[in-house]
Design a protein around this ligand. Structure first.
Ligand SMILES: C[S@@+](CC[C@H](N)C(=O)[O-])C[C@H]1O[C@@H](n2cnc3c(N)ncnc32)[C@H](O)[C@@H]1O
Ligand code: SF4
Length: 378
């Protein structure tokens, strides 16, 4: 079982918060598609004949690609890899790209999971984030997607947006749950270095929301999602039973994945690789037969850190039997001792043979995770 991620690096407009690799252009992406197909061929052995159970078309904006180009990419993957019959195939769509004919085209390509970048239902938030769409387009996009017969639909929301009140966040959630969505990804706004928002923060023209409001918005999210029948299976991800993202769950369960396209990451249990974050350089290197990625062999420490970082954010938590098998008594004792402290503070709890974060712990998950990390020089 393995996954394939395809990064489509084009966006029509720059969202002020976004640090995902993208270029603001959609003129002629044929050189990119050619390079992507070449990369797919070059890396056909990476997954060592494992069957592919998930494909994720992300970005950037995959919905700037024509149905024909998406078909070419998926056909090529199907030709080179052993793709399972019921493979979960997700595509990220920007609401203003969603047209009924496009949705029909996606269905014909057997794409069976749609991720819509709603971000907020409020026009003032969308303006502030510099999104391309407005709330009317977002509503139409979601209705059209559901009416087209897609069952597995997820939306992205952002909270902690400057100026957003608790009431406004509550109504954003209530409105989301009034649709028949099966999954929600909700992220607290982060100010990523180099983004427009980070620069505005530096100049003082924007400010982060109050910490108490951040906590309150997170708690509202957990409560509302739970009452709407969603399970928080990862800190930012909520799904109805049977609708958790298989692709992302596999990342968190150490399943191998191949990442194609500029900036995409790959992991096969022994090493991780990351493609260069430079579209022109990526195309040029692939065409010239030069290297287009960097890689790191994982050792026991990096594998341990990787495992903690991914598992602790999920409802499955740290599996103590797995830890004992993979990291022996030393790794097991280290985790159990450190977890004791967090358990005393009510930040972690033990569920059967697993250690998981409590809701209190989820609020400071990054701090807890970093306390578990083993420095490289130790
Ligand atoms: C790859 S991006 C977006 C895909 C698609 N292009 C879109 O804009 O809808 C995935 C999601 O990450 C979230 N995101 C990106 N940057 C963020 C930030 N700095 N803070 C919070 N959420 C962020 C957004 O919700 C976004 O939809
Ligand atoms: S949020 Fe999506 S559309 Fe906006 S810049 Fe990032 S990848 Fe592009």
């Amino acid at each position: 079982m393995a996954g394939i991620y395809v990064h489509i690096p084009f966006c029509k407009k720059l969202c002020f918060y976004c640090d995902f690799y993208h270029v603001v252009s959609v003129n002629d992406n044929s050189a990119f598609i050619d390079a992507l197909l070449k990369e797919t061929s070059l890396r056909k052995d990476y997954l060592e004949s494992e069957t592919v159970s998930t494909i994720y078309l992300g970005g950037g904006t995959p919905s700037v690609c024509s149905i024909k180009d998406l078909g070419t990419i998926l056909n090529h993957i199907n030709k080179l890899f052993s793709v399972e019959q019921d493979c979960e195939i997700t595509i990220e769509l920007n609401p203003d790209d969603v047209l009924p004919a496009y949705l029909e085209g996606l269905k014909n390509l057997n794409i069976n999971r749609i991720s819509l970048g709603i971000q907020s239902w409020r026009d003032s938030d969308l303006k502030m984030l510099n999104r391309r769409h407005d709330s009317a387009q977002a509503i139409k996009a979601l209705n059209d997607t559901l009416n087209a017969g897609f069952e597995n639909v997820t939306i992205d929301l952002i909270y902690g947006i400057p100026g957003m009140s608790l009431k406004e966040w509550e109504s954003n959630l209530d409105f989301s749950f009034s649709f028949d969505i099966r999954h929600l990804s909700a992220y607290h706004l982060t100010f990523e270095p180099g983004t427009v928002f980070a620069k505005m923060l530096g100049k003082g023209t924007i400010s982060e929301i109050d910490e108490n409001d951040s906590v309150a918005q997170f708690n509202i999210l957990i409560e509302k999602a739970e009452s709407a029948g969603f399970i928080q299976y990862e800190i930012s991800n909520f799904g109805k039973p049977g609708y958790f993202s298989l692709h992302n769950s596999n990342y968190w369960k150490q399943v191998s994945y191949l990442g194609l396209g500029p900036s995409a990451h790959s992991f096969n249990g022994y090493s991780r690789q990351w493609n260069i974050r430079d579209l022109k350089g990526y195309i040029k290197s692939i065409n010239a037969g030069n290297s287009f990625y960097e890689s790191e062999e994982l050792n026991t420490k990096t594998r341990f850190n990787e495992y903690i970082m991914t598992s602790l954010r999920t409802m499955w938590g740290i599996d103590l039997e797995y830890v004992e098998k993979m990291f022996e008594k030393e790794g097991y004792d280290y985790i159990v001792n450190l977890a004791g402290k967090f358990k005393n503070y009510g930040l972690m709890k033990q569920e059967k043979k697993s250690l998981v974060l409590t809701n209190q712990g989820k609020l400071i998950s990054d701090n807890i995770i970093s306390e578990f990390m083993i420095p490289a020089e130790e």
